[in-house]
Design a protein around this ligand. Structure first.
Ligand SMILES: *Cc1c(COP(=O)(O)O)cnc(C)c1O
Length: 382
């Protein structure tokens, strides 16, 4: 990802690292010292920049970071992240050696899989152990062991080798952000019943994502995997209403007017000519489009200029979009697409609603063409 170098196009995402620090500090205070924080930085740190977020998370007191894929973990290590890294998703057998070499913790969800890995690893003379967390499927229906028999079979395989270190066991909730707590309770019970069959408790037993962390402090166990809310966003509207502490949003998306013109009534704007001016209208062009993550479906979405809301008009193009202005503005006028300006704020949730999706999808769909500019890099505005 491009960062803090010179960019001629004024479109950028501003990532406030102080917000991340503040969210982690508040989280740690809320959890107490018994529970570790696993900062989830998958998908390029939910679009915020994986290396920057991982560094600042560790600096602010996170005990571990987690990612979804082996490649994400390797990138973090190669970029100089020295703390614990957990790959929560599946890894191919061929990754195990690399994981040992780089000290990356991987997730095991199948005994046969580990058996094959051991055959692979045993052939080599590794000094270090392969660190693993066992994944239990307590109701998500994704990856994980589902019953005592398969868990016991896996434990036998782990015990058969000195090259494996069982560091943790975890599960993942499917409905923790909903008001109805039934399924989350069921999942927790199923998980704990399985955990209790282990001959020895591993160092980290963990279950909670952001929603469960915020709604069910009693499920915090040894660690929580804090993802979306690390970035200041709640998994759902219900969770937002129940927040136990304040979250700070860390990302804003900004640009500038690149062109301004006055059109008489009856002029069409953008592909398909679907917007037609009905009176004399000031129209601004903003250098951001769907190749940046401003999806075509966001037609009609408002942006902030001069602290006020103004609508995008016409079809959103790949690289530009047009905004209807209430008066003349100069080229270079600041435009906020996501974030705060004056008294007004446009949240990722607003885009998500417009696109019938969740803020998670918005965060990860701001593309690489948009440079991330970091503020609070040295904790300057603590
Ligand atoms: C993505 C993910 C998380 C983080 O979820 P949030 O809702 O973003 O907090 C936690 N655990 C697993 C297994 C995940 O895949």
């Amino acid at each position: 990802m491009e960062k803090n170098s010179i960019h001629y196009r004024p479109t950028h995402a501003n990532v406030n690292l102080d917000a991340i620090r503040s969210n982690i500090r508040n989280l740690k205070e809320y959890l107490g010292s018994r529970t570790s924080v696993i900062a989830v930085v998958k998908a390029d740190g939910y679009g915020h920049g994986e290396v920057e977020i991982a560094s600042v998370a560790f600096e602010a007191g996170a005990n571990m970071v987690s990612v979804a894929t082996p490649d994400e973990a390797v990138r973090l290590r190669m970029a100089g992240i020295v703390g614990d890294i957990l790959v929560m998703g599946p890894s191919p057998i061929s990754f195990a050696k690399k994981a040992v070499e780089l000290g990356i913790t991987i997730t095991v969800a199948d005994g046969q899989w580990l058996q094959s890995v051991l055959t692979d690893i045993d052939a080599d003379d590794f000094e270090k152990q392969l660190k693993i967390h066992i994944k239990i499927d307590s109701g998500m229906g994704r990856i994980g062991l589902r019953d005592v028999e398969s868990l016991q079979a896996l434990v036998l395989i782990i015990e058969s080798s000195e090259k494996v270190l069982l560091d943790g066991i975890f599960t993942h909730f499917a409905c923790a952000d909903e008001e109805d707590s039934c399924r989350t309770e069921e999942q927790f019970t199923t998980f704990m019943e399985l955990v209790q069959t282990l001959p020895e408790k591993p160092r980290l037993v963990h279950a909670s994502n952001s929603a469960a962390t915020l709604l069910y402090p009693e499920y915090a166990l040894d660690a929580v995997r804090f993802g979306m809310s690390l970035y200041g966003i709640t998994p759902s509207e219900y969770v937002r209403k129940k927040l136990p502490f304040r979250l700070k949003r860390s990302l804003s998306l900004e640009s500038e007017l690149a062109y301004v013109k006055l059109l008489e009534a009856g002029n069409r704007i953008s592909y398909g000519g679907t917007y037609e001016t009905t009176e004399s209208e000031w129209i601004g062009s903003i250098p951001i489009g769907y190749a940046d993550g401003l999806r075509r479906g966001l037609r009609g979405q408002e942006v902030l200029i001069d602290g006020k809301r103004m609508p995008l008009v016409g079809t959103i193009c790949m690289d530009q979009c047009m905004v209807k202005l209430p008066r003349e503005f100069l080229v270079g006028e600041k435009v906020v697409l996501i974030g705060r300006q004056g008294e007004e704020e446009i949240k990722m949730e607003e885009w998500a609603e417009c696109l019938s999706t969740i803020p998670y999808e918005i965060a990860v769909s701001i593309t690489k063409r948009v440079p991330r500019i970091y503020t609070g890099k040295d904790g300057e505005s603590k």
